[in-house]
Design a protein. Structure first.
Length: 107
């Protein structure tokens, strides 16, 4: 599972420069967007992606709870997965608050 997540992260990092090259057409005008707006958009995307991934992990943990069949090791692993997903959601909410705070300070 860790290899799949690491592969997806690396593929995403490799795909980002390709997306930026899409704007470099002949005669294309790149709009003058403030840095704070760009950072806010990136933070919003990451927030929603993180919430989606956390929801997937909560579903996986639910399936693990059901299939544990009384095995304490599997039950503990599922419980830890839910805990990590909740911590991820809290971190996402805190990051959203930090971005809002920085935006109010910079404006």
């Amino acid at each position: 599972m860790k290899k799949i997540i690491l592969t997806l992260i690396l593929a995403g990092c490799l795909a980002l420069p390709v997306l930026s090259l899409a704007a470099e057409e002949l005669g294309a005008v790149i709009p003058d967007i403030p840095v704070t707006e760009t950072l806010e958009k990136i933070a919003n995307w990451l927030f929603y992606i993180l919430l989606f991934v956390a929801a997937i992990f909560i579903v996986i943990a639910g399936v693990s709870f059901v299939t544990a069949q009384g095995d304490p090791e599997k039950f503990k692993k599922a419980k830890d997965t839910v805990l990590y997903a909740v911590v991820g959601i809290v971190v996402a909410l805190l990051s959203r608050g930090i971005v809002a705070l920085v935006n109010t300070v910079l404006r």
